[in-house]
Design a protein around this ligand. Sequence first.
Ligand code: PMP
Ligand code: GLN
Length: 381
Amino acid sequence: MLALNSKLPEVGTTIFTTMSALAAKHDAINLGQGFPDFPMNQQLVDAVSKAMLNNYNQYAPMPGWMPLREAIAEKIQYLYGAGVDPDQEITITPGGTYAIFSALTAILSPGDEVIVLEPAYDSYIPNIVVNGAKPILVSLNPADFSINWEAVNAALSASTKAIILNSPHNPSGAVLKENDITELQKLIRKKDLFIISDEVYEHLIFDGRSHLSMLRYPDLRERSFVCFSFGKTYHCTGWKLGYCVAPAELTREFRKIHQFNCFSCHTPSQVGIAEYLQHRDAYQELGGFLQQKRDHFLQCMKDTRFRFLPSYGSYFILASYEQITDEEDAAFAIRLTEQYGVATIPVSAFYQQRVSQKLLRFCFAKKESTLEKAAERLRNL
Ligand code: PMP
Ligand code: GLN
């Protein structure tokens, strides 16, 4: 057998794959991996089907179907007051994860450092390592998962090339506030950094909060790769379609990576989404819709011994199980799946050192009946 020198020797199978497989094996309710179990919008399904029937079945242009990029630019102008050039500043990608990977690959050289705030979405660190660069881990404040800017500043070095931000945040549901933007603006004045901004949950934001996209702030935007996902916006995670918005000069480098990796994305989905993006209600109502789900889930779970932390955005909410058991979170999540028929995600999976804080992540983007059934099972704990 030919010897292979692994680029990621410490990486195994993702926790999302592992827990979804375990859920399937035990016929458990899957509140682990983040995907909706309710149907997506039929009008969008019809628009994509129509595109296929109308023969939009060959390669789209490398940067993406132009009417889709134009519709995205219009949406960004409307939501964030930013003029983005659809020709030179928007690239359609096969999902948000790919956009983040391509942005990191475009900017990183071996030895560079990237600041990663933990708990962190699981793809960030391997994406950095595979490029020969080094993740510099900074913990979010344990009480509310806000950013410890003092620690971020202390983590800077001559090799720091970028910082990755994610708001609304997976797994905690924390969101950026105005003071975070001020701190970030101070940071970039001190150190010339790229920003990789993971904004896949831009519309999933609750309790009257606004999404503080990097695109709102010219001084931040000029150094940012802002990554989005249609999977999250339109309840079609399986379509794996997203986009990256970055200034022309950065987009040029981004596309050099993209054109020799994926080259171009699924054409009929792009044609259908371009048409459907005209319906502003579809994305504007999303926050309220998910907020109701969050509140329904909390109501259903109030007689359990889980203690929920606040979630202001995303699909997710964290719960402490301190009052239930001393087990490590990974072991407890497995036992819950096997014995109680409810799958969750242990939060230690979002930390490189796998520290267990007795927290589980629940995905509430589910039908009310699913949430009710899960709560009923967890009441027995
Ligand atoms: N970033 C975060 C924080 C996520 O939770 C997800 C979820 N999938 C993604 C990126 C990736 O989105 P996509 O499925 O479009 O790649
Ligand atoms: N983003 C989803 C989550 O956090 C999972 C995506 C994946 O399975 N890679 O649950």
